[in-house]
Design a protein around this ligand. Structure first.
Ligand code: PRP
Length: 190
């Protein structure tokens, strides 16, 4: 990692904007409305939207505000990347749910599906939690997953660029940028 990236302006490290704030807002709203329709009859059992920290925290926040149903929220922290740009291939569960999800419907809000390893592990874990159902809602899908995962809602197909912003990071940076942009190669090809 280039240490000087910490003090660079987003405009300096950005190759191009991939999804603007407006595009993201509009698509997340659409998906939230769809979930509202699809889960209306499940509200009585309980719906828990689970965000996989840290990347999906921003997406989940926007998504739940576009779901017009009573939902609970909870968080898991699973990590497969360290400060490198490649998955370590190993998932570390750093934080589990704290809610009782027995008989409730879980909607996992994930920011990006790359190898699919994280979701594969999380889905298996949650299917053993006593939940009535486990549904996946992804902001971005690269469609290169090595694992066979059912993804129920996808906001955007993800380009092959190294993308950051709106929760996605490079070395823990740029999560707070309200749009998604491609990082210049010179910053991650090290
Ligand atoms: C990223 C991302 C997904 C996962 C996707 O998380 O947020 O959870 O990788 O990759 P995969 O499909 O290859 O498993 P990361 O481990 O970087 O942690 P973070 O959410 O804290 O950034």
């Amino acid at each position: 990692m280039r240490n000087d990236i910490r003090t660079k302006k987003v405009e300096e490290v950005s190759k191009k904007i991939i999804f603007s704030q407006e595009e993201i807002n509009s698509r997340v709203k659409q998906v939230g409305q769809q979930i509202t329709k699809d889960f209306a009859d499940k509200e009585k059992d309980g719906i828990v939207v689970v965000s996989i920290l840290k990347g999906a925290a921003i997406f989940m926040t926007d998504l739940i505000m576009n779901i017009n149903l009573n939902v609970e929220i909870d968080f898991m922290c699973v990590s497969s990347y360290n400060e490198s740009t490649k998955s370590s291939g190993k998932c570390v569960f750093e934080k589990d749910l704290t809610s009782d999800v027995e008989g409730k419907h879980i909607i996992i809000a994930e920011d990006v599906i790359d190898s699919g390893l994280t979701l594969y592990e999380v889905i298996n874990h949650l299917k053993n939690s006593g939940a009535a159902s486990v549904t996946v809602c992804a902001l971005l899908h690269k469609h290169i997953a090595q694992k066979d995962i059912d993804v129920d809602y996808i906001c955007f197909d993800c380009p092959s660029d190294y993308i950051v912003g709106y929760g996605l990071d490079y070395a823990h940076l740029f999560r707070n940028v309200p749009y998604i942009f491609a990082l210049k190669e010179e910053y991650y090809n090290d």
